[in-house]
Design a protein around this ligand. Structure first.
Ligand code: CMX
Length: 135
């Protein structure tokens, strides 16, 4: 079902404060920043080889990422796996009885469709599935 790890999501209080460590100290390539209004976050993608990390800054106190930061502080927030057909993947997971946050794909950053599985369904690790190349 899954093709590869697409990105690791890391919650930060500020992109401006978080980016320099990854870009300047670790030498990753900053691909760009973007606001995902529906998810109430601003994100920055940094490339490392074939992989990427996604820094997430909440844009509102009721953002799910703000809730995460209040509870846990900054740190690893989710793992995102790439799939070819997100609707089919969600249908298969639902059939298996896996608890989903999103039963249908939503728009994510970087022209993707995304859906989250509930962290309780995956050993406490918030898991995102994403499908690339959506115009
Ligand atoms: N990792 C592990 N556990 C997490 C978690 C995370 N990132 N976020 C929340 N949880 C846990 C909570 O601690 C809580 O556990 P307890 O029940 O033991 O207290 C439980 O999951 C429910 O959390 P909640 O915040 O109360 O529940 P919500 O239904 O409000 O939120 C969730 C669920 C996890 C989907 C939401 O908090 C979230 O993070 N959504 C994803 C938002 C996001 O990252 N969007 C960016 C997408 C950008 C892109 O990639 O394109």
């Amino acid at each position: 079902m899954t093709r590869k790890l697409n990105h690791v999501g890391i919650a930060v209080r500020s992109l401006e404060a978080g980016i320099p460590f990854y870009r300047d100290t670790l030498g990753m390539v900053l691909e760009g920043t973007e606001e995902v209004v529906e998810q109430k976050v601003k994100v920055a993608f940094l490339q490392i080889g074939e992989s990427r990390i996604e820094l997430l800054e909440p844009t509102s106190p009721d953002s799910p990422v703000a809730k995460f930061l209040d509870k846990n502080g900054e740190g690893v927030h989710h793992l995102a796996y790439e799939v070819d057909d997100l609707e089919a993947a969600l249908a298969a997971l639902k059939k298996e009885g896996v608890r989903l946050i999103d039963e249908a794909p939503r728009r994510g950053a970087h022209h993707t469709l995304i859906a989250f599985l509930h962290p309780k369904a995956s050993g406490g690790v918030l898991t995102e599935l994403c499908q690339r190349s959506v115009v």
